[in-house]
Design a protein around this ligand. Structure first.
Ligand code: HAM
Length: 420
């Protein structure tokens, strides 16, 4: 027996209403905030992600699905959505458009992680990127849109974690200070932190090991060592968030798991759990497009995991609109009525009334049971008598009441019923 691969799953019809609901809310917000949809390929040249996410990161070192295709090119299933969008921005000369270019996507994302609740090997993100503008008001807008999405969905108890990790100019100085601080504590930190100390010191702050917590907690804050430009950018962002009435916690340990970030980084977290449960995250990445061979181009964006949104909707018992049900079920007795039922269903559907037809050779009772199971509001019943008289029985499925209606009028009657 084949099964869905570990860490992946089928989105069954019974779950689809969550997905459609989230998508519709997200798309309305994108229209409201002026973002346009982009879709990029599921796989890209592997180098794209190594260059942008960073060699020393968990994603690139341990989690990518990378393979050589039959033409011997190395490809990677996208482990995130930002780098592909930036690649497309450069490839299609979008710097010639009026800036910022604001793009959104719904993408499947592949990471070879240890599967657990809310963590999959294939997950789905709603993400958006605003490219070509450094104004901190844009960082605030990006955060605002996510905040409005969670509010529109009715999810409560979320907190916004915010930090600034500086730029190419000021970060090296901070990293020196951080390394100097850690050099006095190396005997007490975990083995992974020893590697981080050598390869990617910023990530020392992100360590989850119990023994490293007090050391990371007391580490110097990046935001205290920002250059004048980064400091004023961060101060302005906080002012804008105040105007937008978005509460935030400054979190000096927030560094994110991808190397391309500059200045602003943020994550939205539910109250209940730790970092594994992060519902959305993002930040500014002013160097990424240049790193890919484009012109120096500031940009900021965010992605939110759809599965994690659904987890929170369910956890908070938030009902989503039910999936549409057929209004009408057409049942028949006998072969002549069968033919007529096909023609009536055709007319109903052509008139835009969701309808189902009886199939096979079940008894009328079984057909009506099926109509009930499908959630039909009304069943039409046709037999030889009805054929002779040119009528059809209209049965209200909730009360069981039946009345006869002329076959010619049944579609307009049902249409009126629907609009009532
Ligand atoms: P990320 O934080 O790696 O950022 O992922 C974004 C969101 O995807 C997370 O907050 C989480 O909700 C969800 N997610 C991540 N991994 C998994 C997983 N294994 N299973 C289920 N959900 C998961 C990015 O990917 C950046 N590209 C975000 C961004 C956009 N930064 C700038 N623009």
């Amino acid at each position: 027996m084949f099964k869905a691969p570990r860490g992946t799953y089928d989105i069954l019809p019974s779950e689809q209403q969550y997905w459609r609901y989230i998508e519709s809310k997200a798309i309305s917000l994108c229209n409201l905030y002026g973002y346009k949809r982009i879709d990029t390929p599921v796989f890209e040249e592997g180098g794209l992600f190594v260059r942008t996410i960073g060699q020393g990161t968990d994603i690139v070192e341990k989690e990518t699905y990378t393979f050589e295709d039959r033409g011997k090119s190395v490809m990677t299933l996208r482990p995130e959505g930002t780098a592909p969008v930036c690649r497309a921005y450069i490839e299609h000369g979008m710097h010639n458009q009026s800036q910022p270019v604001k793009l959104y996507y719904f993408s499947s994302i592949f990471r070879y992680e240890r599967p657990q609740s809310g963590r999959y090997r294939e997950h789905h993100q709603f993400g958006y990127e605003a490219i070509g503008e450094a104004d901190p008001a844009l960082d605030a807008e990006v955060i605002d849109m996510a905040w409005q999405l969670y509010q529109a969905l009715g999810i409560t108890g979320l907190s916004l974690q915010l930090n600034s990790i500086g730029c190419r100019e000021c970060r090296p100085k901070y990293l020196e200070i951080l390394k100097k601080y850690y050099s006095d504590h190396l005997s007490k930190v975990c083995p992974d932190c020893h590697t981080r100390y050598e390869k990617n010191p910023l990530r020392l702050l992100d360590c989850k090991q119990e023994s490293c917590q007090p050391i990371a907690g007391a580490a110097p804050h990046n935001s205290d060592y920002l250059c004048a430009d980064c400091a004023s950018h961060f101060a302005s962002l906080q002012k804008y968030l105040g105007i937008l009435e978005i509460p935030y916690n400054l979190n000096h340990r927030l560094v994110r798991g991808l190397d391309y970030y500059t200045r602003t980084v943020f994550e939205v977290q539910p109250k209940e759990e730790g970092a594994q449960s992060t519902i959305g995250g993002g930040g500014r990445y002013d160097g990424l497009i240049e790193e890919l061979g484009g012109q120096p181009t500031p940009a900021v964006g965010l992605a939110t995991g759809i599965e994690r949104i659904i987890l929170n909707l369910k956890r908070q018992n938030i009902a989503v609109p039910p999936k549409p049900k057929p209004r009408v079920f057409v049942a028949f007795i006998g072969e002549a009525a069968r033919l007529k039922s096909v023609s009536i269903v055709k007319e109903l559907r052509r008139a835009g009334i969701p309808s189902e037809q009886a199939l096979g050779s079940r008894s009328l009772k079984a057909q009506l049971r099926h109509a009930d199971a499908q959630g039909a509001k009304v069943s039409l019943i046709l037999g030889d008598n009805e054929l002779q008289q040119g009528i059809v029985l209209v049965r209200d499925m909730s009360t069981g009441e039946q009345r006869s209606v002329s076959q010619k009028q049944v579609v307009s009657e049902l249409r009126n019923l629907e609009s009532n």
